[in-house]
Design a protein around this ligand. Structure first.
Ligand code: SF4
Length: 419
């Protein structure tokens, strides 16, 4: 007899889902474990058996099987955006990664934006030569900082030199290049004054070389080594005022280099915005495959065709061995999202972007007028609100106080604004 808990079988809605045009693929393997990370991934240091050719190959087989079966089940694809993230997809054996990419190619629509995340130390000419022969269009590099002073606190594999070398190398290819950068990396006591100029130095270097920059505020996740170091006083994080000042300075610097802040944490030269992430922020449905990947599926209301009837979120099991054994299994972590929560998610994600919420889409999916469900919040924030054709946005200068605005929106929805 197995001691496993009984499986929960899910009955999915019988109606046809809305078209799904975005695919996320999760590769939960990393060369090491960064001090601040609480994502689902296993590292070569802690779990060397995962890094055998055989295991990686089985994982990729499982991803391809799940993609085939779930694409049929949810009537998903062809995909106009594909994002292979992690973890660190570039740690996969090159031949295995090639098999994954080639195996996914039949699911890509023409003109598909296709991103592969990579860590700088694992980017080499042979990897880029291989990807350049496929439909991949975009490389997203985890740079985080170009400062030798900040680097040690992150406990990342690789080095500042690896980042610079890999940026130069990727630029020799016709890929779009995006980089992730962290703001607010804790420093030893007495070294924090230089913090803002260090960040600006990294951004200045990158703005000359890439077309897309994601600048995230580092959050100290409970239980991570970095959080413990800050808790015991070995490292100090910049305070909220210093963070806000640095964000303002970063905004000004990137604007002067031709970057638009098109989302709270994302900056791009015109035409280089990430379409995959825009699909998330616009609350488009997407399929997530791989261990620990999340899918959001939206179903029509059977009575009122164009309306959103049910929104379902499925989180894959965070256990790669089990995933390999049963890749297409619908896991028990199924979330049915009620109408009010779904509507709030649409507002919350939409207001993160410079374009704002799509009022026409919300009207057709929920049958409500955004201006009439949060009138008080819009009135109170009027000087900071931008209205366009079919959209309402928060002015980008108010992005840093977005949460206060959203709390007011939620309170208003709670009071019955949904109608
Ligand atoms: S490389 Fe990324 S996913 Fe892997 S441990 Fe570091 S931060 Fe986490």
């Amino acid at each position: 007899m197995s001691s496993e808990a009984p499986q929960v079988y899910l009955v999915l809605p019988e109606t046809k889902p809305f078209p799904i045009n975005s695919l996320y693929v999760h590769i939960p393997f990393c060369a090491g474990r960064c001090s601040y990370c609480d994502f689902f991934s296993v590292s070569a240091r802690n779990c060397p058996q995962v890094f055998s050719l055989e295991y990686e190959s089985s994982y990729v087989d499982a991803v391809l099987e799940q993609t085939q079966l779930w694409s049929e089940k949810f009537d998903a694809g062809p995909f106009s955006t594909i994002y292979i993230g992690g973890g660190t997809p570039s740690v996969l054996n090159e031949g295995v990664l090639e098999r994954l990419v080639k195996g996914l190619e039949p699911y890509a629509a023409s003109g598909c934006e296709w991103t592969v995340e990579a860590n700088p130390e694992s980017v080499h000419k042979s990897l880029l030569d291989m990807l350049a022969e496929t439909k991949v269009t975009r490389i997203s590099l985890g740079v985080q900082t170009l400062s030798h002073d900040e680097w040690p606190a992150l406990q990342r594999v690789g080095s500042v030199e690896d980042s610079k070398r890999s940026i130069d190398l990727v630029r020799e290819y016709p890929f779009e290049l995006s980089v992730d950068v962290l703001a607010g990396i804790p420093q030893p006591q007495g070294r924090t004054e230089a913090w803002q100029s260090i960040l600006l130095g990294s951004l200045e270097y990158l703005a000359e070389r890439v077309s897309h920059i994601s600048l995230y505020d580092l959050t100290l996740e409970e239980g991570t080594p970095l959080q413990r170091q800050v808790a015991c006083g070995a490292l100090v994080s910049p305070n909220a005022d210093a963070m806000a000042e640095a964000r303002d300075a970063a905004n000004a610097l990137l604007a002067s280099r031709g970057f638009q802040r098109y989302e709270v944490s994302n900056y791009a030269r015109s035409g280089h915005e990430c379409r995959h992430n825009l699909a998330y922020w616009n609350m488009r449905p997407y399929l997530g495959v791989g261990s620990g990947a999340v899918s959001t599926i939206q179903y029509c209301d059977p009575e009122e065709e164009p309306m959103l009837g049910t929104m379902v979120r499925i989180t894959g099991r965070k256990d790669s061995a089990r995933y390999i054994a049963k890749p297409a299994e619908i896991p028990p972590e199924i979330e049915y999202i009620d109408r009010k929560t779904a509507l709030f998610e649409f507002l919350m994600m939409g207001f993160r972007t410079a374009r704002g919420v799509d009022t026409q889409r919300i009207s057709s999916l929920f049958g409500v007028d955004v201006a009439q469900i949060i009138p008080s919040a819009l009135a109170r924030w009027k000087p900071g609100i931008v209205r366009g054709r079919h959209c309402i946005a928060l002015h980008t200068r108010n992005f840093d106080i977005l949460n206060r605005f959203l709390v007011e929106c939620l309170e208003e929805l709670d009071k019955g604004g949904l109608g």
